[in-house]
Ligand binder design. Structure first.
Ligand SMILES: [Zn+2]
Length: 142
């Protein structure tokens, strides 16, 4: 791999529609917000126009507590992009927030051998630039 490749910044979100733009705009303000159906109050992620539970097209953004549990994970030893090589091994986790939505993110603050289902986690943002902050999670170990 070339030196130029190694020096490339890590990729950042590139929203392709208005709802994704709004999700990442909230993140840039270090607020993790999800859509909540205005009809049945079901939280949802990824952002989409209609509620999968009741079909309603009415919704609002609500801020998550940022508290959740480890639902599933994988430990990455061989990154798909060279920019992540300094981070290995790192944990790619499916987090289930207390509000019921699940999202994929990075999990920090725990060794891979200590991972277990339902491990409590808390949200923390990684500030990339003025316009970008990435939602990450940290293990709440007792
Ligand atoms: Zn609904």
């Amino acid at each position: 791999m070339s030196e130029k490749t190694v020096r490339s910044p890590k990729p950042t979100p590139s929203p392709e529609n208005r709802l994704d733009e709004e999700f990442w705009s909230h993140c840039a303000d270090e607020r993790l917000c999800f859509q909540v159906c205005a009809s049945c109050e079901t939280w949802r992620h990824l952002p989409r126009s209609f509620c999968a539970h009741c079909g309603s097209g009415d919704w609002i953004w609500k801020e998550s507590s940022g508290l959740g549990r480890l639902y599933s994970w994988t430990v990455t030893h061989q990154p798909s992009l060279p920019q992540f090589l300094p981070d290995v091994p790192y944990i790619v986790a499916v987090i289930e927030l207390n509000e019921g939505v699940r999202m994929v993110s990075h999990l920090r603050g725990v060794e891979p051998e200590k991972l277990e289902i339902d491990l409590p986690v808390t949200l923390e943002f990684e500030r990339v630039s003025d316009a970008v902050a990435l939602p990450m999670f940290r293990a709440s170990l007792s």
